[in-house]
Design a protein around this ligand. Structure first.
Ligand code: NAI
Ligand code: MG
Length: 369
């Protein structure tokens, strides 16, 4: 019996996670997969009513689960960033989900880029360091700037002092990698590739310009490649952006640091047919992981019943894989693939079905076996 946490969140988050849970029910009906799910009322409604984003007890309760299934968060009535940082980023960091896993696959007819060969890229984005540590600020003549970051692995304080005779204002944003942070990222990347029977990992960086951090990262990845007896390719991020368009079929497991990963995975989402299809996992290999569609709460279509549930259903598929149920995950993938092949889709993909009809179609395919 697996214990799940369900956080529908805001806007279309509720509709698409309902669809995902319907699909999960179908899976558990015809397989040995069993679960219970605890609902967490986290999101804008509660925040607007009581000012609560996340309670300390909630993080502990989530930590004790086998997996977390998340819809989306964000509400036009709440100042941008409050919910996104106060809930989503806080959860990822409190639960130390240091890998963001985003598959980008072409195995359906909605790929905008027509290629003769299918592609199936697994982006593994480092989720805690690099330029997204919030270590930034401004400093001017004779001034000081204190920057700090707190991670499970370390507490860090950096002070910058600008001499009084330098007459200029500066803004600083630090990109930072720790040895432990890169080691665990590299270790996960090679293990992921191994688990898929692949023999290499591609590391994306800009080591020709940002030599400090990305040179360090290359060294550690090279060491890990040796330990795993695997090949390691390097790609500069600008070249990778081009290669994703010109020859995406060349890539398997792609490790990418936080900032570049944010950008490349959005490009990847479009490459595979849009926001309605992309799913992701926030992975803590030693703890609890959280699975979600990559889209947001889509206030423009919330309540209309036309949200595409496939991204959220594919998040269920990723969750099943992560829970050690590859056969059940494959049932979901196959059903989604059948539904896409027959054009049983929502308006964002040119179809006429609503959210429930797509969910019903996928669930029925699973039940048929
Ligand atoms: P969004 O992803 O919510 O929507 C972008 C566009 O794509 C909209 O036109 C929307 O209607 C469409 N769309 C998204 N998902 C769809 C689906 N499943 N089916 C059909 N169409 C879909 O991004 P946006 O509008 O920039 O942000 C809205 C709110 O969501 C903001 O508050 C934002 O901060 C938040 N957000 C939350 C995320 C999360 O919870 N992981 C991720 C991205 C944004
Ligand atoms: Mg992004």
């Amino acid at each position: 019996m697996k214990h799940l946490a369900l956080i529908p969140g805001d806007g279309i988050g509720k509709d698409v996670t309902d669809a995902g849970m319907q699909v999960l029910d179908a899976v558990s009906e015809i397989s040995s997969f069993n679960y219970d799910a605890e609902l967490f009322d986290i999101g804008s409604e509660r925040y607007l009513a009581s000012g609560t984003l996340l309670e300390a007890g909630e993080i502990e309760a989530l930590r004790s689960k086998d997996a977390i299934y998340f819809g989306a968060i964000g509400d036009p009535r709440v100042r941008p960033g409050v919910l996104e940082q106060g809930v989503l980023l806080r959860l990822r960091s409190a639960l130390d989900q240091y890998i963001n896993f985003r598959p980008v696959t072409s195995i359906h007819p909605y790929v905008p880029l027509k290629r003769e060969t299918d592609f199936d890229i697994h982006f593994l984005r480092e989720n805690t360091e690099d330029f997204y540590m919030g270590m930034g600020g401004r400093v001017s003549s004779g001034g000081d700037l204190e920057l700090s970051a707190s991670r499970r692995m370390y507490d860090l304080k950096i002070s910058l002092h600008l001499d009084a005779d330098v007459e200029e204002d500066f803004a600083v944003e630090l990109g930072l990698l720790s040895r432990k942070g890169v080691e665990r990222f590299a270790e996960y990347s090679f293990r992921h590739a191994e688990s898929l029977g692949q023999d290499r990992v591609t590391l994306v960086d800009k080591a020709n310009v940002c030599t400090g951090i990305y040179g360090f990262q290359r060294e550690i990845f090279k060491q890990k490649a040796k330990e795993h007896d695997m090949e390691l390719d390097f790609m500069f991020v600008d070249a990778m952006a081009m290669a994703m368009i010109t020859r995406p079929e060349r890539y398997g497991t792609v490790a990418v640091p936080n900032l570049f990963g944010d950008i490349l995975t959005d490009l990847g989402a479009q490459l595979q047919g849009g926001l309605g299809l992309g799913a992701s996992g926030n992975i803590n290999p030693e703890g609890v992981s959280m699975f979600e569609p990559i889209h947001g709460s889509a206030p423009d279509i919330a309540g209309k019943g036309i949200a595409n549930p496939i991204a959220a259903v594919m998040a269920v598929k990723m969750m099943l894989d992560n829970l050690g149920c590859p056969e059940e995950a494959e049932m979901v993938r196959k059903a989604v693939s059948g539904c896409l092949a027959e054009g049983k889709v929502t308006p964002d993909l040119g179809g006429k079905l609503n959210t429930w009809q797509v969910a019903d179609d996928i669930a029925a395919r699973i039940l048929k076996g």
